[in-house]
Design a binder for this molecule. Sequence first.
Ligand SMILES: Cc1ncc(COP(=O)(O)O)c(C=O)c1O
Length: 424
Amino acid sequence: MTVFPPAVPTAQDTGADLVELYLRHIGSGRAVMGRVMGGMAEVRSEGCWIHTDDGRRFLDFGGYGVFLLGHRHPAVVEAVHRQIDTHPLASRVFLEPVAARAARALAAHTPPGLDYIHFVNSGAEATEAALKLARAHGRRTIVTTRKGFHGKTLGALSVTANATYQTPFQPLLPDTVQVAFGDPAELEAVLASRRDRACVIVEPVQGEAGVRIPEPGYLRRVAALCREHGALLVVDEIQTGMGRLGTWWGVDTEDVRPDVLLVGKGLSGGVVPVAAMAATEQAYAPFSRDPYLHTSTFGASPIACAAALATVETMEREDTVARAAALGRRVLAGVRAVCAPYLGGLVTEVRGRGLLIGIEFAVERTVGELLLELIARDVLVNHSLNANRVLRLTPPAVVEDVALETFFRTLADALHITAARMAV
Ligand SMILES: Cc1ncc(COP(=O)(O)O)c(C=O)c1O
């Protein structure tokens, strides 16, 4: 294996110069955001840590759900290095062994019958593939849930139910319908009037909507309604899947077998962007028959598939899903304990499943204030794109005990300061 030196910042990578480059070449909004966050440049990472150019080290409890294995897991890094040294991108003329092996490895963990895997480069592309597959089956009405998040490419945006992101790009896909999340009654009415013509896309737990967990039985009822009315069921597990909820998939707890399952984020192993659409033989048939119906030059590249394969194998070897479940219980209990003094005041609810945890506040401004207080104390967390009052924690399954204690202590300090400021 070739050993590469860790990235080190160069003079022109740092501080004010970098903000200037962002201002001139990437965008003023992102530049301003970077400056508000402290203006640091992130230059290196490993496990649950991110290092910045000024020599600081941040505990990463954010990462938008990508880093269940942490940053640069050595097994994934080694597999990717090996692939780079042999054959990173394919001719697309011959068969690609690493794509086939990655598909077999992932299919060994998808719900029974979802054996066909279509690799893509991002979560939104997985959603696009599912929407096109639905159309290929004549399912032209797409039913999505309010506050649901499925990506921001034009098709995916049509089912990402957030007016802020949708409005500037209207008109989007026609014949999309939004129904309440967690309440199947509205869905039933929509499906009943569109027999054999609809496709339902839903998350098992809404991540960007602020970790909204439906009542037990909800997903099973959605699946039953889809069966009853001949609708195609797409479950978006881009954020919830690959062990994030302490099970391989969110559908596992409900014993639901969708027609299509979307995978992303954690599939990357924290190393190479890769996502996938898994489908049953019947659902996948149009893509299976015609390999040119839906293609992309870089889709299923050997380098991405090497990362996906190594990720699945590492999760099997390290029992990552069970670790995520156990750690998730500790994180949720710890966060609840830290937030307890503020419950009913600053904090309205702490909720979570596995390593997807949300802290909901009474006032929107608290999220930003607390996020900055945590950054000042070397801890990273995320806001939620479709829920302004919810701070989201998506820590890796590889957090050591010392780091966990540091997190609880830091959260307590940051909350204390934020509460005092909000009271003024
Ligand atoms: C549930 C869900 N679907 C789709 C996406 C889009 O994925 P990407 O940002 O990789 O395009 C996300 C991203 O946050 C997501 O959480």
